[in-house]
Design a protein around this ligand. Sequence first.
Ligand code: OSB
Ligand code: MG
Length: 361
Amino acid sequence: MSLTIRHVRLPFLAPFTTSFGTEAERNALILLLDSDGVKAQAECVASVAPYYSYEDNQTALHVIRDHFAKLLKDLPTPQEFTLKADHVRGHNMAKAAVEMLLWDYHSKRKGVPLVRELGPSKGYADVGISLGIDKKEVTRKRVEAAVERGYQRVKLKIERGKEFDIVKSVRDVFPDIVLSADANSCYRLKDAPAIKRLDRFGLVYLEQPLEHDDLLDHAKLAKEITTPICLDESVTSADRAAQAFDIGAAQVVNIKPGRVGGLGNSMEIAKIAKKHKGHVWIGGMFETGVGRSFNISLASSKLVDYPGDTSPNEKYFTRDIVKNPFTMTGGRIRPNKGPGVGIELDERYLEKVTVKSWKIF
Ligand code: OSB
Ligand code: MG
């Protein structure tokens, strides 16, 4: 039995800017497990810097290697692993990487597709696109291309002070598209008047306007605006999701398995949202084809009702580390048929983009 972690570096087709910075490449940790010939893969969604949340590749590598690797040796189920890993506070991205590795491993061992293990599926994921901050003309062109490509929802990244102009410039030209905006925590409650000015654009929701760990101020803001609030960063667990809905801090949740500790917690959150008549969709973290495949399996769940940030591999990379990239038709992507998460690793390219590799056991 072996566990290897590879640090891979994949250049983006174009740099991507959010309110917390610009990224030009994906630096991912890819986990590879081999037990009696059953080969499982997963990706940790952390990146080089702790900007989106406090985790980064260094903390994830440390937590996986020094705390979780030993738990992997008796191949627990994903649910057993989540319980055992609970004594480590936080570090959800590290937890999720291992949890997803175990989902892949166990579904492969049974010989069934991962998507079948996740409960009733629609058979496809509804797909939206996330567009980075750029000049108005560039953004408008990208929106046009996205609409032509069939994306079911367009999300614009926004930054404090420039939100009105960028959303207006898109809305003026595309009055009917499903449009949203993602602030990545760039506002505080005192910015409510500026946020309120976005109400006129009929956004399907505004994503994570306030602090990355806040619920209370989001609930206050929700009373002042008509645009529904979607939480991303702030929802780190099923409990936090329940609290968010209870106090009216959110009507929508962007579920990222990496942020919440894995697929099990993701499904819990989707169920909580349904109970509260909220909406959910599956977010992205610029994953390679490895991480994206888990997201797309999850996004095809009947519990997920809004299009997610699950664009096909072609959006970010000229070449991916999987040989079977997704195809999107009519704004939908079908999950892999498996077994497991169903990716075929491109071993040669994986080798080429590997910066460093650790054989853990
Ligand atoms: O806030 O949704 C976000 C990427 C990295 C970190 C945070 C976010 C994002 C995205 C990209 O919006 C979505 C994608 O992977 O396509
Ligand atoms: Mg977001």
